[in-house]
Design a protein around this ligand. Sequence first.
Ligand SMILES: [Zn+2]
Length: 372
Amino acid sequence: MAQAQDLRQAIISVADRQGPILSAYLSVNADIPENQGRTYLVRLRDAMNDQGVPKDLQQRVRNYLEEEAHPAARTLAIFVDEDDLFAVYRLQVDIPESFRWGDPSVAPLTLILDEYEPYGAAVLDAESFRYFVVSPLSSAHGEEEVKANGFREIDLHPSEPYPRGGGSTDLDPAGRKHQANIHDLYKELGERTREITFQEGVQRLILAGPKERTAEFRRDLPNELQERVVAEEHVDIGESEGELLDDLEAIRERAEHEREKALLDEIRERGIRGPDETIAALQEENRIYHLAALWEMEAEIRWCDNDQLAIRDVTAKECPFCGQNTRGRPLKDVLVDLAAARGARLDFMLGENENTDVLRDEFGGLAGLTRF
Ligand SMILES: [Zn+2]
């Protein structure tokens, strides 16, 4: 996980900077209706004005973003100061927008780096093999190019040339030889896949290609990799790279949907639900390790900046712990800060689907799994 280490270092160095710094978390997810027509550029401009970001700095940020018609991300995390800092991170997860000109705000980044796993996708047929990784968080200027939907391609360097001459049947000797070659190749590629999967910290592996090939490849995979396979799906290997990456993203989204559904099922069985109970368990009892929160939640909650605590009594203008003034904050923002501080994973669920229906109607928008 060399990349994760580099990112951690970069985030620490941002966090250690003396302000003022612009920390902006900007939603650029094209699937969210509010982002139609790149309206996020308008929101960013207004937010930077509200925060009093110097004009020349605003211009540099806008120039950077306007160049990129389709940011390969759901959220951009931007850190800029008047000195030499200009860092943009691509997040493949949705987190609440926030903008701050002052002390650096890195809690959402550390949350994502600690809690979300990269996906790997092995794409194969008889004559080719490619491995893509999509990380929840990547630098905009990494060594490898970030392609559509946030995928990076890993360079594989197979030691043997790929077997040639498909099309033979299993009955003739040439066909059998060809089959044996493929078997050997897949064994070798399986080993390579294992190395890369561990190196990149991939927990969830997608196999894609013609059905008979992925099935064979899967059979030859080392055991510890078989457990990580979350989807095996047919894709047309002849399609363009753009189409291929769209297919992989669709497969990844289905796998994510299944993962979220499993999380909600587990919460139903042994978790806690409802904003009040969940926040108490997260903040005061410190026993939540995984949260599910509805993206469309509009609720506000009181917050004490001095204690970094949510105050659950909505009428409390003064903090019951330290007596200082409290302020109202969107519950979603507070969840990010509390989850980062308490080491809980936080899954925001978006859109209209069976998962968000359950989360809204059955769990009151917020629920979690507890350690004890
Ligand atoms: Zn307080």
